[in-house]
Design a protein around this ligand. Structure first.
Ligand code: GLA
Length: 329
């Protein structure tokens, strides 16, 4: 009898302990972080930063890929079955916005976008979904200004210089970025007729390479090329195409946007390539801030700001390590 008392107490203690663990597990906030290009350094960094914040603050982040509409919808189903409270998403196509919002609403999940903002059926941004992304036009202008400065430093003749504009006009942030770069170049005296579009189907290196190659070969009369696009992955595709076409590094000035692993690898090559630089933006901040906004919304019911725009810093071979450290990349 005497020995059964501690056993009972032990059992009681154990079951209380289990209850407490069960309650904590149920209370723990869980969010998804769905990205369109899970293999790109920019998005890996966003997801890692969100996960690290969750570890600090005590919520769980489930990182998922959403490379097309089908995959996004099953990622949301998957999150729902895991009991997630909401998700951050960079959608593979901004026109999927209404379908994604619908699915989230069905499940009572909160949704915020990062990088690429949802468009409604009217072609306008869906203002009810909080968004955080680059100030595309301004960052694009920085690209154009940096290209113009480097052209001048190299003493290039404007009549012999062409621009390879790798475009993605279906994606508003992409169009804003390339428009900004174009305007800054024109303001610096670039010849409008020397700007050639290479429309890419996607936002990655291989689609940019495929888009760029025919444009270069059709316009063989130019001595020099400048290359810009919505991101550095795409500019790298253009630079690789220029190499294949036979242009040397000193005939090309490519400037990207992002400041992620793709650019770091290029800066670490023994000799410079046509990839001159990139306007770096903190993907760490994008990942942390959107996860934090969503977590706050879930836990305090305070809705995040409708639209937050982030800024960038020019990164070249000369300063990339410093800028990388400054931006926490
Ligand atoms: C888009 C691009 C990414 C990155 C983000 C940043 O999603 O495809 O490479 O530039 O914007 O906002």
């Amino acid at each position: 009898m005497q020995s059964s008392i501690p056993a009972t107490l032990l059992a009681l203690g154990l079951s209380l302990g289990l209850c407490a663990t069960g309650a904590a597990a149920q209370d723990e906030v869980k969010i998804g972080f769905i990205v369109k290009k899970p293999e790109q350094a920019w998005f890996i960094n966003e997801q890692d930063a969100a996960t690290a914040l969750g570890e600090e603050k005590g919520f769980e982040v489930v990182s998922l890929a959403g490379e097309d509409g089908q995959q996004v919808l099953s990622a949301i189903d998957n999150l729902n079955s895991q009991g997630a409270d909401g998700f951050v998403i960079c959608p593979p196509d901004v026109r999927l916005g209404p379908a994604i919002v619908n699915r989230a609403e069905q499940y009572g999940m909160k949704v915020v976008t990062v990088d690429d903002q949802f468009l409604g059926p009217d072609g306008e941004p869906i203002a009810s979904v909080p968004h955080l992304g680059m100030s595309g036009y301004k960052i694009g202008r920085q690209v154009g200004e940096a290209i113009a400065a480097e052209m001048e430093a190299r003493g290039w003749d404007l009549d012999e210089t062409a621009a390879l504009r790798i475009s993605n006009n279906e994606l508003p942030t992409a169009k804003a970025r390339t428009d900004g770069a174009t305007d800054a170049l024109l303001d610096a005296g670039f010849v409008q007729d020397n700007i050639f579009d290479a429309p890419q189907q996607n936002t990655d290196t291989s689609s940019a390479f495929a888009a760029a190659s025919p444009v270069l070969s059709k316009n063989g009369r130019f001595e020099h090329w400048v290359i810009y696009a919505l991101n550095e992955e795409s500019v790298l595709g253009g630079v690789r195409a220029s190499e294949q076409y036979g242009l040397s590094a000193d005939q090309v000035i490519g400037i990207g946007i992002n400041g992620s692993g793709a650019a770091f690898a290029e800066f670490q090559r023994q000799s410079p390539t046509g990839f001159y630089g990139t306007v770096a933006v903190s993907s760490t901040m994008h990942g942390r801030q959107t996860a934090d906004n969503l977590y706050t919304w879930i836990t305090t019911d305070e809705k995040p700001p409708a639209n937050t725009e982030t800024t960038g810093t020019l990164m070249t071979r000369d300063n990339w390590q410093q800028v990388r450290a400054d931006l926490g990349l």
